[in-house]
Design a protein around this ligand. Structure first.
Ligand code: SF4
Ligand code: SF4
Length: 135
């Protein structure tokens, strides 16, 4: 018989979790680099998309995907696998305690101190296309 948590994580790209994501200075740099590398037409297309209140400006609503996937913040990477950030459609997944998830992120991305995790803004709140383009 299969163990209880053997069912894989199934993300159907509903993009509901792409909202109100705090970002650190280092993550913001990576995001800005990814935006600078985009063709202007893509920026224009993303900027023109209609989003719900609080939705991340980097979610490509039309294609239901993250427009900066390789540069996405740690919260986006750990969403669904960590305490306080469980995907409502994948409640069968075993989640990490918050402190453990944070430690995993710090190790994987080379964050040296908890201060490096200080948010400089929140995607979908104070970080919008207006603020990104005008930077
Ligand atoms: S992780 Fe969950 S909430 Fe986020 S897009 Fe996938 S199914 Fe939707
Ligand atoms: S950065 Fe990407 S994965 Fe993270 S909330 Fe925005 S669109 Fe979603």
């Amino acid at each position: 018989m299969a163990p209880p948590n053997s069912k894989p994580f199934l993300c159907d790209n509903c993009i509901e979790c792409c909202a109100n994501v705090p970002v650190t200075a280092k993550e913001m740099q990576a995001i800005e680099g990814a935006i600078r590398a985009m063709p202007q037409e893509q920026i224009d297309r993303l900027q023109a998309q209609k989003r719900k209140d609080g939705a991340c400006p980097l979610v490509d609503v039309e294609n239901k995907r993250c427009a900066v996937y390789e540069a996405r913040p740690w919260i986006c990477r750990l969403f669904g696998y960590m305490e306080q950030m469980q995907c409502p459609y994948n409640t069968h997944i075993e989640i990490l305690p918050f402190a453990e998830g944070q430690k995993k992120f710090m190790t994987e991305l080379g964050v040296r101190s908890p201060e490096d995790l200080q948010a400089v803004g929140v995607l979908g709140q104070d970080i919008t296309w207006e603020s990104l383009v005008l930077r």
